[in-house]
Design a protein around this ligand. Structure first.
Ligand SMILES: Cc1ncc(COP(=O)(O)O)c(C=O)c1O
Length: 320
């Protein structure tokens, strides 16, 4: 693997070797403090709080960029290849050339993880079309901005996983290329905020009467031994977690059907499960005020979540 960091300038305490990073991480843990996030920006490694980019960056002005979020478990990136391939696919989808190879990006992410001393981490990678005089037209000869940071993961609430989330259905007001993981997330943020205002944990988005996905997760419906989920077209992000779960399903005695889901089907599902890199698997307890199934996490959730946890901790290869 290419070491994309070694030859770059290193600032502050983050130039430490692995054992020194481990000592710091243990110190922060002992003090019940979160290990500070570290970032790679334009070849420099620095504390995330000190990372700055130009106000003319097209990510800042236009939301013109793509991103990925990868989890690390026990010092290993999980399903990293699937995330890097999706990053390239998203970039190609908006005509953006990545500033370096996927292998180099992976090398930087792995090196940052090592330097952070974190065993479990969340890695954020963002590429924008760079900083140039404001103009809707793409700039020429402008290098993209690549930002990568590593921080302690946002762990999904254990209590919420035990009881199940409450969810509201909302209109999907996003654009027509939701298969690309772009940083233009305003419609997702508005829906998530609306869900919170209604006392819910997440929104399931609905377009023309058909379920698409959550604001930051995919949706699986369970009917007996069947997992039903919308197909990966331009209306949803092809989630890496979703792919892992669907891959494993046959070994767990469950069949998978990918087909459009009418919104009404949500209300007579046995179970509803949300999936994402950060949330992992989350059972849904209530939808639009109605209980889902028995109103508690069901057997399919338990089976699939246990299998996913084994997958993340055993570090099996990425889904194909
Ligand atoms: C809109 C949307 N759908 C689905 C997902 C789940 O994707 P993944 O499992 O790759 O994290 C995400 C993750 O952030 C998302 O933002």
């Amino acid at each position: 693997m290419i070491d994309g960091v070694g030859h770059h300038r290193v600032r502050g305490v983050w130039g430490f070797k692995q054992w020194q990073a481990d000592v710091w991480a243990r110190f922060f843990k002992m003090m019940s403090m979160e290990t500070p996030a570290i970032a790679w920006l334009d070849g420099n490694i620095l504390a995330l709080a000190d990372a700055k980019c130009r106000v003319e960056d097209r990510g800042f002005l236009f939301g013109d960029g793509v991103y990925e979020v990868v989890r690390a478990y026990d010092r290993q990136l999980f399903a990293a290849d699937a995330h890097w391939l999706r990053l390239r696919h998203s970039a190609q989808g908006i005509d953006l050339e990545l500033p370096m190879s996927l292998e180099e990006i992976a090398g930087i992410a792995e090196n940052l993880l090592m330097r952070s001393g974190l065993r479990d981490a969340e890695i954020y990678v963002q590429v924008t079309r760079g900083a140039a005089r404001r103009n809707h037209l793409f700039p020429t000869n402008t290098p993209p901005t690549l930002l990568i940071w590593v921080q302690a993961p946002r762990l999904p609430s254990v209590d919420l996983k035990a009881t199940g989330a409450s969810v509201v259905t909302l209109p999907d007001e996003r654009w027509a290329r939701c298969h690309l993981k772009t940083i233009s997330l305003l419609a997702n943020c508005l829906a998530k905020e609306e869900a919170r205002r209604r006392g819910c944990d997440e929104a399931i988005l609905v377009r023309d009467g058909w379920v698409t996905e959550g604001t930051s997760c995919n949706v699986l419906l369970i009917r007996g031994d069947l997992i039903v989920t919308p197909p990966t077209d331009q209306r949803i992000l092809p989630g890496v977690t979703r792919a892992c779960v669907l891959d494993q399903a046959p070994n767990l005695g469950m069949a998978v059907v990918q087909r459009p889901i009418a919104v009404g089907e949500l209300f007579d599902a046995d179970e509803i499960i949300l999936t994402s890199t950060i949330m992992e698997l989350m059972p849904v307890r209530v939808i639009d005020g109605s209980l889902v199934g028995a109103g508690r996490p069901g057997p399919a959730y338990r089976t699939l979540a246990t299998a996913y946890s084994e997958l993340t901790h055993r570090r099996l290869p990425s889904p194909s």
